[in-house]
Design a protein around this ligand. Sequence first.
Ligand code: 13P
Ligand code: SF4
Length: 310
Amino acid sequence: MNSKIIEEINNLKKKKNAVILAHCYQNIEIDEVADFVGDSLYLSQMAAKTEADIIIFAGVYFMAQTAKILNPSKKVILPNKNAGCDMADMINLNQLREFKSKHPDIPVVCYINSTAEVKSECDICCTSSNAVEIVKSLNAPEVLFIPDKNLGRWVEKELGNVKVVTYDGCCPIHNDFKIKDLLATKREYPAATVLAHPECREEFLSGADFVGSTTGIMNYVKNSSKKEFIIATEKGVTERLKRDYPHKQFHSICNKPVVCPSMKLNSLEDIYNSLKNETTEIEVNKEISDKAKKCINRMLEVSKKCPTKA
Ligand code: 13P
Ligand code: SF4
């Protein structure tokens, strides 16, 4: 049933010299047409260096916006314009300015899950896979970290010698994982290794064996001789792991897969229509884009020098 639309997308891709980038929370059938599948860092690196004329970003708004900022001469398209990120919406420019004014003269690290306006007034960007290296690279005793308080807390704990002042934002999906549910799942699968995303609460992460980005989690499984895992992140990761490692076992917390509704908005039909009609195109005001680009490029430079282990 999907094979016809997949063929049509692949034909259009060739005809229009387009590339499709897909985040690993996307509906899994999108992998059939994607050129690159991965986490936010990997996809922004691919967006920055692609020579395609059109970038179809199967992800959420801030990801497509970041791609446009990094490669402004390309046409960047988000297949479903309603695909936002609840965490990115938790801080706007006024809220950022107020936060900064309460803590003056401290470098500001912003998680990539934020708007271009917010990035334009921060010092350096980070993703879940490089947040520790990015904060460390500043050599500062104290940093402000926006918008994810959980990722900020985790970085502070990992580094041990930097005070991380966090903004009160979070991912409603990961913030909802509860330690009591993790303990119950561990009791059910005592041999399983727990892999969790750093957007989860500190208390929850204390029960994990490994904390990492979506790609970090997938790479952990790839490189591990272990056979059974509890996966604490969105179900797109668990589904891909089940597909790629059929001889290993993967469990969700309390056996309930968790969904990011925005990430699931893009369908194969949306991708086909977006390629055909070249909508919805992402535009970013030049002044904002130039400033935000400095913040993102600073991150990419650090990441080049200290690539993440996962
Ligand atoms: P990753 O960079 O780990 O893919 O995370 C993006 C995200 O939105 C997680 O909720
Ligand atoms: Fe945003 Fe959370 Fe969805 Fe990731 S899982 S895109 S942080 S709402």
